[in-house]
Design a protein. Structure first.
Lengths: 295, 827
């Protein structure tokens, strides 16, 4: 499948801001099952952009500096990407959870693609006993890893309500857990909390998902938003496998990975500092349009 | 000693012997005095102590404590707004030069080993790839900063200044308890303890050939300077601000080392270079000794929520333009779990065993270690592997296995099975004891020793001779039980071959003479300006309150002023925001009104509120204020006597502060801003008083009140033998440039400050604040007392506000409030 993705972020400031420096992590990364064919970033009013030198997570980072005073800022990120990713097939011969936990502990891979850093709590995903206990019912150490991952994802999908009013971007996982509601970010964070509590390496993926139109209706343009899900490292042979607790499905042909990190804070699509005072209003629109069904 | 001892020294010798004998009679195990080999040195030290304190050990303790308070040592418990004095013990820990040499060699070896490991972890990571360090050991640390990977620190080193905690076992062997690589606290306290003790025991220095601290600090500063690109670098100490627990220490170190004390807001990065915002514009900074959490350093590189960071700082570091000591990410090696790997790493990387062994450590994430720790559970300390509390140890501190029982034990064992990587087991270290003074006698307490190491200009490690001994609260000698300890002692290394008399004061011929020293950060200028305004406002408010109540509040006569005049005085207080309008001008209401203006806690602009603001600024400006001034600013509101007594006591305090700033502050830019704040505030007070009491139709009470508020009664009587009359009163209070309380005098002083302060342009044109001052000058110098009317006074008041704004715009930090662009819509 080939997708054209248009991701537009608009900032309106109550008063003129004088100096903005941002990190943009909008360009999808190179990842198994997806190939970026074309990419274009435009910023209005134009600022200076340069690749940033290092990052905490796996992301393509661009540093944006805007020196002229602005009240209105538009950042438009356009990608054409080929996705060809098979659906994982759970099997009884998959490594068990205990085996992948042990393999992650002794990993010699220091890179951000290695499992080690994802074993541990991170600023937005602290250890949490309640979530750990709830998730542990799906995470028996001798269970094959893929089966267990999907079991937990489906359980979250079934027992949690999708509710855009329940949480905010900085809601801690515990609060969403108690409310049994939230959005993709909350579900991903809850699942990661549970996996890490069981000693498993779990990462936070941000990106896009193709929204399937209901039969007989036009696909809603611009109604989509950025999406988030979970990657579980399943040993050297299987590597990272994606699972989407919001929809209870595997990451496969409908998911496009933009960036991967320990949590959202490491890979926020846009963050940074602007100098000014007054309110900030942000508006995001995302459009993921299939170009053709042929990969 | 060649000369005959004086009789008091004979007594001192007797006291010392008796103290030591009594001390050694206690059941002691591995005590440094009772079992050590340095009895002669300890005896000499106690003789010095007895020479100043007689037979009274409690007195000795008080003396050291008083010196410590004089020096201004203090620390803050997180969550408390007031500082506590640092408790210093009068009895230093004595260590002989030979024993010390082993410790110093061990710390230097360790520092270099840690540097080598850091260079690898943030470089090739070959130690991880070869399996010598598990990747999880790195990734588990909250202080591993992945954005630092591949960045070679300018100057070539990750570490410039570290501290190592040591414990001494009962048989005299030293072991490493922990490393401090991010922002080691305590070097300043070591310095202050030394000052306090050497002021008390001034003979000790020469008698025991005590090694001095100054060369160590000089070497550290030279080491930082050597790493910089510019030959005469400007070096800052980056503080998180005055609410940090060790802010006083930071201020003290900045002053001692000649570093600019800066906060994140003071700094800006432009074109990959770091600058400090000063009253003279942006000035380059070449190196930062950071005391902030590394994750907060740069919102673009690390935590984007940081409001105390400097956007772009790490880019500047990567470009080689800023040295940051220590490099962000050094803290990754602080994890207790590293202790399990250091012995093997030392052998592998240096070909030698650790000179100072680590306490034996097992990281449960390693194969077999979990089983071994479970086996020996009751004999071990069970602790967090990293600086994060695991689910099984919610307190986040190591506990004795045998102390963990019941449900907590089951929970811990369960979590250790699920997440073994979060735990370490460590041997239980027994500490030897040292003498401290408690209840006027010597008792034995366990101690740990913090040793400091710094890199010198050649890149070699130099060790501070001495350090910081922390003393346990009770006699339990198990290392972890001690916690932070509540007492500290100086550590004296004695018997060195020769002690060079080095001070940090540089040789005179190597320093350029600077009449207006240093660079004043804009934030500091802002603080001093407002310190001046708040103090002056408080002083004026007290004056108005006293006039309003008459100076006879405790008598039953009443204020004695006409009610119209009293009403205007009330109006001045209300307009200043110090108290809401009283229901009537009756005596009881006025008294209540005055009490509010004086002491109401939540009242904006009450004297208490102004005091609190001034005190906050004082605490945040310790590196630039005299200890006397800080003490006056820190003093609590008076509570004794009636209200008039309390007001009087406050007035005396204000007068003392005013005197100190006039007579004892150097005529530096910071003094100018302080005085400018005072002058502008005083000009405002006088202008408002003229408007209330000096216009046509003013009564005799009004005019007398005006003279009172302007503190000019005596000047008036000396000048005019006739009675009170409006025009001469107004002339004296408004226009007489010879009256130091007059408006004209303030404007004169303001103009002088404006001339002396730096301007940005070199075109000779007045900047806005200078033009405002000149405009005021023109009005005041051409006005006549008879012609000074309400409109003119309103105009003067407006211009004073405009001047204050212009000063703020030109010299202070403005509008740099960062908004974060984060938070996307997610579905």
């Amino acid at each position: 499948m080939i997708y054209d993705i248009r991701h537009i972020t608009t900032f309106d400031y109550g008063r003129q801001v004088n100096f903005a420096r941002c990190n943009l992590r909008l360009k999808p990364i190179h990842w198994s099952g997806q190939t970026l064919q074309d990419y274009h970033l435009s910023v209005s009013p134009a600022g200076r952009t340069a690749p940033a030198r290092a990052e905490a997570g796996l992301a393509n980072v661009t540093r944006l500096v805007i020196e002229e005073p602005v009240r209105h800022l538009v950042i438009e990120s356009v990608s054409r990407i080929v996705v060809d990713r098979p659906v994982p097939m759970p099997s009884a011969s998959d490594p068990t959870l205990a085996e992948i936990a042990a393999a992650a502990r002794i990993s010699r891979d220091p890179s951000p693609a290695g499992p080690a850093a994802y074993l541990f709590p991170s600023p937005l995903i602290p250890l949490d006993r309640d979530i750990a206990d709830w998730c542990a019912q799906e995470l028996q150490p001798d269970r094959p890893c893929l089966e267990a991952a999907m079991g937990l994802a489906r359980r979250i999908q079934e027992e949690f309500a999708f509710d855009t009013e329940a949480t905010l971007v900085d809601t801690i996982p515990h609060e969403a857990f108690v409310k049994r509601g939230g959005v993709c970010q909350d579900f991903a964070q809850i699942m990661i909390t549970g996996l890490r509590a069981a000693g498993l390496p779990a990462a936070y993926a941000s990106g896009y998902i193709r929204t399937l139109p209901p039969p007989g209706q036009e696909r809603l343009v611009g109604a989509d938003a950025t999406h988030a899900w979970v990657l579980l490292w399943c040993g050297e042979a299987l590597g990272w496998v994606g699972v989407d607790p919001t929809n209870g499905i595997w990451m496969a042909g409908d998911h496009i990975v933009m960036a991967i990190g320990r949590d959202y804070a490491e890979i926020a699509p846009i963050d940074g500092v602007v100098l000014g005072s007054g309110a900030q209003k942000m508006d995001v629109s995302v459009d993921v349009a299939p170009v053709s069904d042929m990969a | 000693m060649a000369s005959l001892p004086a009789p008091s020294l004979l007594d001192a010798g007797i006291h010392a012997q008796r103290w030591i004998a009594a001390y050694c009679q206690q059941p002691l195990h591995g005590d440094v005095l009772a079992a050590g080999r340095d009895r002669a040195a300890w005896t000499a030290m106690f003789e010095e102590l007895a020479a100043v304190a007689g037979d009274d050990l409690g007195h000795a303790r008080e003396r050291v404590q008083r010196h410590a308070e004089d020096i201004g040592t203090g620390f803050r418990i997180i969550g408390e707004s007031d500082e506590r004095p640092w408790p210093a013990s009068p009895v230093p820990l004595l260590i002989g030069a030979a024993e010390w040499a082993g410790i110093a060699a061990g710390v230097a070896q360790r520092a270099e080993l840690l540097e080598t490991i850091l260079a690898d972890l943030y470089g090739e990571a070959a130690l991880v790839r070869r399996g010598l360090i598990p990747a999880a050991l790195v990734g588990g640390s909250p202080y591993f900063m992945r954005p630092m990977v591949g960045l070679v620190p300018p100057g070539g080193h990750h570490l410039n200044f570290i501290a190592v905690d040591l414990g001494r076992g009962p048989t005299g062997e030293w072991r490493v308890l922990g490393d401090h690589l991010r922002a080691p606290i305590g070097a300043g306290y070591a310095l202050e303890n030394r000052l306090a003790v050497s002021r008390t025991l001034d003979g000790l220095q020469s008698r025991l050939n005590v090694a001095r601290h100054a060369p160590f600090f000089a070497a550290f500063r030279e080491g930082l300077a050597a790493a910089c690109r510019r030959v005469e670098p400007r070096i800052g100490l980056l503080t998180p601000g005055r609410y940090a627990a060790s802010y006083t220490e930071q201020a003290h170190l900045a002053r001692y080392l000649g570093l600019l004390l800066v906060e994140g807001d003071d700094l800006a990065v432009l074109e990959d270079r770091l600058y400090v915002r000063t009253i003279g514009g942006l000035k380059r900074i070449d190196a930062l000794w950071r005391r902030t959490d590394p994750r907060m350093l740069d919102p673009l590189a690390f935590d984007s929520h940081s409001r105390i960071g400097v956007p772009g700082l790490i880019d500047a570091m990567a470009a080689g333009e800023v040295v940051i000591a220590n490099a962000p990410g050094a803290g990754v090696l602080e994890s207790a779990a590293f202790g399990a790997f250091l012995p093997a790493l030392a052998m592998r990387l240096t070909g030698r065993d650790l000179i100072l062994p680590n306490i034996a450590t097992w990281w449960c994430g390693q194969d077999g270690a979990l089983a071994a720790v479970r086996e020996d559970f009751d004999a071990l300390l069970i602790g967090p592997a990293f600086g994060v509390a695991p689910l099984g140890l919610p307190g986040g501190v190591a506990l004795h296995g045998s102390d963990i029982t019941g449900a907590a034990r089951a929970l811990l064992l369960d979590d250790m099975t699920r997440r073994p990587e979060d735990y370490v087991g460590q041997e239980v270290v027994r500490l030897s004891t040292m003498p401290v003074v408690a209840d006027d006698r010597l008792v034995a307490r366990p101690f740990t020793l913090r040793v400091f190491a710094a890199r010198d200009a050649k890149g070699d490690w130099t060790i501070m001779p001495g350090g910081f001994a922390r003393i346990g609260d009770d006699s339990d000698p198990r290392a972890n039980v001690m916690g932070e300890g509540s007492w500290s002692a100086d550590v004296v290394i004695h018997g060195a071959e020769s002690v060079e008399q080095v001070s940090l004061l540089p040789a005179t011929d190597s320093v350029h003479i600077r009449r207006n020293p240093g660079t004043l950060p804009s934030r500091v200028a802002d603080n001093f300006f407002w310190l001046g305004r708040y103090l002056e406002r408080g002083e004026a408010l007290l004056g108005v309150i006293r006039v309003m109540l008459g100076n006879s509040i405790d008598a039953d006569a009443g204020a004695g002023l006409h009610s119209a005049t009293v009403g205007k005085l009330v109006g001045l207080v209300v307009n200043a925001g110090a108290a809401p309008h009283p229901p009537s001008l009756r005596r009881s209401d006025l008294t209540q009104f005055a009490r509010t203006a004086l002491e109401a806690d939540q009242q904006y602009s009450s004297v208490r509120w102004l005091n609190r603001m001034a005190r906050g600024i004082g605490q945040g400006s310790r590196d630039r204020l005299s200890a006397d001034m800080v003490r006056l600013l820190d003093a609590p509101m008076p509570t004794r006597g009636g209200m008039l007594d309390r007001a009087g006591s406050l007035q005396r305090r204000y007068a003392a502060l005013s005197g100190l700033s006039a007579e004892h502050m150097g005529r530096t830019a910071s003094w100018r801003f302080h005085d400018l704040g005072r002058r502008i505030e005083r000009a405002l007070v006088v202008t408002r008083a003229l408007w209330a009491f000096g216009l046509t139709g003013a009564s005799a009470d009004d005019l007398s009140t005006l003279l009172d508020i302007a503190d000019s009664q005596i000047s008036y009587r000396q000048r005019y033998l006739t009675g009170i009359a409006r025009v001469p009163v107004v002339d004296l209070v408004a226009l007489d440039p010879g009256n130091p309380r007059a408006l004209a005098f303030q404007i004169d002083a303001i103009c002088a400050h404006m001339k002396a302060l730096p301007v940005l342009g070199d075109d000779g044109m007045d900047e806005a604040q200078q033009a405002q001052a000149a405009g005021l000058m023109a009005i005041v110098s051409t006005a006549t007392a008879a012609g000074l009317d309400a409109d003119m006074l309103a105009d003067i008041e407006r211009r004073l506000f405009a001047l204050s704004d212009a000063v703020a715009r030109r010299y202070f930090l403005q509008g740099a409030e960062p908004l974060r662009a984060a938070g996307m819509t997610l579905a």
